[in-house]
Write a protein that binds this ligand. Structure first.
Ligand code: PLP
Length: 391
């Protein structure tokens, strides 16, 4: 068998491996606390589930338009107007099977040998994986703990050259919980005026998940780059719908036809009933989202406090998403060793920082999308682990 050499370049998302490893240990009777996987531990709100069931009962069983049903694209456009205060055409919106596929398409459209794509490091692992797979050169944008895991816009601009085709940004961010300050984004946008051929993919999948009254600052609020901006967002995190596989992308006129063509080649269209559920999510009662965020906020405070109380561990306060990215460099263990030993010895699943890129060395990611009791228990176990490691 001879497979394409591209296949050896494809990476993975370790959260799924750790999930499987944790499930295997749980099957042997071990008590495992999973703070590994990045998904809300809440069910999808009832009215959304009902809308999906109704769509099936109403006979929505066939293909839909490749770009998504018009009512859903209109609901997304209305939501963008409401939350990002920018009027967009539903014709520029593509309904996707999850948020991930928008990033894969953007990278596929620009990536090839000789091209360079900038991406956050540590960052969502699929960015680097897909960039390598496309044949392009991945150029990391280091996220700096002292800057709240933001970046330095001047540094990013210093990495842009004639080969640069795409810059990927993610705020609020996985795995760090960091939020890029609007001033840094403005500085970057201003600098990019000198590079009119460079496109931007803004991954805003955690746009509704900010804390302390912080408003999400969308790249869409910069009209100077709107004609070369792709926005990625979706339902997975906000509405606890990871398993429904529903996301959206906003594409500029110059790219929308390419992206639509990729939809037709890859998946034809998104599950019809899920699209109807998506309308109910956007236009229905938002109180379940608020309720979930209130719960995440309490857990955020708890995990932040517990981590910082442990000798040899520190963690900055996450400003968004539902991840705490703890600095464990004083443990004397690599991130991977830390991940494996914490799971094997204490039954706590968390993800090594290096699963998000080489700049994640010295860190470990906890998802606090888990109950207060689980977080308390996991932190107690980790404290015990730290005492042992340092002894
Ligand atoms: N972007 C980021 C930063 C994420 O963390 C994730 C999921 O963890 C996604 C995109 C993908 O979301 P989806 O499950 O909707 O494909």
């Amino acid at each position: 068998m001879t497979v394409s050499s591209k296949m050896s370049k494809l990476g993975t998302e370790s959260a799924f491996d750790v999930l499987a490893q944790a499930a295997r240990l749980a099957q042997t009777g071990r008590n495992i606390i999973n703070l590994g996987i990045g998904q809300p531990d809440f069910p999808t709100p009832d009215h959304i589930v009902e809308a999906g069931i109704k769509a099936l009962k109403d006979g929505h069983h066939g293909y839909t338009a490749a770009n998504g049903i018009p009512e859903l694209r209109e609901a997304v456009a209305a939501d963008i107007l409401k939350r990002r205060d920018v009027e967009v055409s539903p014709e520029n919106i593509l309904i996707m099977p999850g948020g991930k596929v928008t990033m894969s398409f953007a990278i596929e459209i620009f990536g090839e040998s000789g091209a360079e794509i900038l991406y956050p490091n540590p960052g969502f692992p699929i960015y680097e994986s897909m960039i390598r797979y496309s044949g392009a050169q991945p150029v990391p944008i280091p996220l700096i703990e002292e800057k709240g895991f933001s970046f330095d816009a001047d540094y990013v601009l210093s990495k842009v050259n004639d080969r640069t085709r795409l810059i990927i940004l993610n705020t609020p961010a996985n795995p760090t919980g960091g939020v890029i300050p609007p001033e840094e984004l403005s500085k970057l946008v201003t600098g990019l005026q000198d590079w009119p051929n460079v496109y931007i993919l803004s991954d805003e999948i955690y746009s509704r998940m900010t804390y302390d009254g912080l408003q999400h600052h969308s790249l869409l609020s910069h009209p100077e780059i709107r004609d070369r901006l792709i926005i990625l967002d979706g339902w997975s995190k906000t509405y606890a719908m990871t398993g429904w596989r529903l996301g959206w992308g906003l594409w500029p006129d110059s790219l929308i036809e390419y992206a639509k063509r990729l939809c037709i080649n890859y998946h034809s269209c998104v599950n019809a009933a899920a699209q109807y559920a998506g309308i109910a999510a956007l236009s229905g009662d938002q109180s379940p989202v608020d309720h979930m965020m209130t719960a995440f906020d309490a857990r955020r405070h708890l995990i932040h406090e517990r981590l910082n109380a442990m000798a040899g561990v520190s963690c900055i306060m996450p400003k968004g998403a539902f991840y705490a990215f703890a600095n464990i460099s004083k443990s004397g263990l690599s991130s991977k060793e830390f991940q494996n030993r914490l799971l094997d010895e204490e039954g706590v699943a968390a993800i090594a920082g290096t699963s998000f890129g080489k700049d994640g060395e010295g860190y470990i990611r906890f998802s606090y999308a888990s109950s207060i009791e689980n977080i308390e228990d996991a932190m107690g176990r980790m404290n015990r682990f730290m005492d042992r490691v340092k002894a």
